[in-house]
Design a protein. Structure first.
Length: 160
């Protein structure tokens, strides 16, 4: 790769990480699947163009009560999946949507953990690709704790 534009470093040099954002939009749970459930994670990149991504996880032989502990576990799995999509865009900001934050009942302590984890997880990628920032700015949108409504695929309205 002799041309600078042909390298990841060259590609990322053309991006404006301050104007581009990667979103963790939603966690969709489908319990209608026989003998298991399917979780679909929704991610979105907004910059010069907008791209949407879905990652599906099928869990066999499980009966899962969709409560706060379950959603926090599913959220944590989503946070582990997110970097693989994020690496294609290397935005400075990653924003967790209000809906996702609400499902997991996200707290500042949880965010502190994920900010520190992401600083370690993504540090080598940021360094090797000579990105023009030191670490990812991980944020979440405010949400109303009292208005937690969850629509589960395969069921009528459900309120954990």
């Amino acid at each position: 790769m002799s041309e600078e534009g042909d390298t990841l470093e060259g590609l990322f040099a053309e991006l404006d990480p301050d104007c581009e954002v990667f979103f963790f939009d939603d966690i969709e749970v489908d319990v209608s699947i026989q003998d298991g459930l399917q979780v679909i994670y929704h991610f979105r990149y907004v910059g010069q163009e907008e791209h949407r991504f879905k990652s599906k996880l099928f869990i066999q032989h499980v009966q899962l009560a969709l409560n706060t502990a379950a959603y926090r576990t599913l959220f944590s799995i989503g946070m582990c999946v997110l970097p693989w999509f994020w690496m294609g865009f290397a935005t400075r900001r990653v924003v967790i949507s209000a809906r996702t934050a609400q499902l997991a009942e996200l707290t500042e302590d949880m965010m502190r953990y994920w900010r520190e984890a992401y600083a370690h997880i993504l540090a080598e990628f940021v360094y090797v690709n000579r990105l023009n920032f030191d670490e990812v700015d991980l944020q979440y949108e405010a949400y109303e704790k009292e208005q937690r409504e969850v629509q589960v695929a395969g069921e009528p309205d459900s309120h954990p």
